[in-house]
Design a binder for this molecule. Sequence first.
Ligand SMILES: C[S@@+](CC[C@H](N)C(=O)[O-])C[C@H]1O[C@@H](n2cnc3c(N)ncnc32)[C@H](O)[C@@H]1O
Ligand code: SF4
Length: 457
Amino acid sequence: MALTDSTKLISKYNVPGPRYTSYPTVPHWESDESFPTLWPSLVKQFQEEQQKEGMSIYIHLPFCESLCTFCGCHKHITKRHEMEEPYIAALKKEWLLYLDLFQKKPLLKELHLGGGTPTFFSPENLSDLLNFILSSCEVSPNVELGFEGHPNNTRAEHLEELAKLGFTRVSYGVQDYSEEVQKVIRRFQSFDTVKTAHLAAQEAGYTSISHDLVFGLPKQGLTDIKNSIELTLSLRPERISLYSYAHVPWIPGLGQRAYDESDLPQPEEKRALYETAKGMLLDAGYVEVGMDHFALPSDSLAIALKNKALHRNFMGYTTNTNRLMIGLGMSAISDVWGGFAQNVKSVKEYEELVHSGIIPVFRGHQHSQEDLELRTIILDIICHFKATWSNEFEQKPFFKTIQSKLQELIEDGLCELKTGELIVLPEGEAFVRNICMCFDAHLNAKREQSQRFSKTI
Ligand SMILES: C[S@@+](CC[C@H](N)C(=O)[O-])C[C@H]1O[C@@H](n2cnc3c(N)ncnc32)[C@H](O)[C@@H]1O
Ligand code: SF4
């Protein structure tokens, strides 16, 4: 495709839009103040069916010692490590509240510690929590246990303690190695620090080490991304996430107002950052997985892609296709396939609710039949760049709306619509979020979206 064509497409399709870690996406959940009382009954209703395939647990560990201004995650900035123990006690209590709703011992397929910074916690505290949870589950022999490690504070003791419990995966936040970028995002770490953490993980027996890089950061140019990819490749992690920087400065509590829109690369420059990084990764033998992941062909994520077993949930792309995920901790999201729920976003309120015996959700969504059908299709498009459906689906009134929304993207050569299937064409892969948006029955007027989602490119 000529450069001018691609520039035109980028300016045409770079609109605010969801990343589709869920459908409906969080801003379109429909719940009122009665939802917290409905949630336990939804868990009871769906868990029995979903437990057959096993379940995932996500644990949100929100504390960070300092604020990185680019960060869009839910976190609590503090240097007070005395907050660790009460928080661990609340997590245990919350898990007990869920166990009360389950008919039998849950079959655990996947557990992920996210944040915030899980490595803010001492290895002993993490181990105490995990022993408590793992001993209450039937742990699958193929269980995948992983955590997000901050390279600046992940110690050999963290890696070893977690490896003893069966952890084999770690993802390190790298973002970008350029000093200028690091200064503006207030996230300082050298290549040597990352290398030490990476080698320590290998030493401790981790078989899937991932590095998180971000493209589109303030002050980031082509030289910066090339240098960051080169340094990353010198360590050859099994997986690399290459996230599109999400600029959402209107969300309270983030530090993204510390820089200006004029510090950000323009949409075409931002896409060039991704394409350059992608070219280098493909040349180095990595496989592109979905819209923002790369993996060595021997890694389970690349194998799942090949076997059409890739799944996407609130943790991003995963090899586990089970449909039950319980999220523990402040702001964590749970998914029982027929419904979602999110926990309250303040540590204090979270701890208080849990200790009063209440599952601390504050909002959620109960899926309709239409939501579930569209969810499956959007998931297939974002994981496999392809989706199929039944004749019945094509007879439904909303299918006409989908067809007419897709028309322009089809004319622009981004996708093909045939009877019973949609195929994303190679030129359309960069615009996969826009293609999913055509199937999103909850998306409202553009004006409203602009204050809810980051841009699609
Ligand atoms: C919750 S952070 C955690 C890891 C750990 N706290 C650290 O900083 O190393 C997980 C990853 O999300 C990504 N991330 C955070 N904010 C982002 C944003 N605004 N846009 C895109 N990716 C972002 C970063 O790559 C980050 O490493
Ligand atoms: S990037 Fe990691 S360390 Fe920085 S604020 Fe976000 S969660 Fe905390």
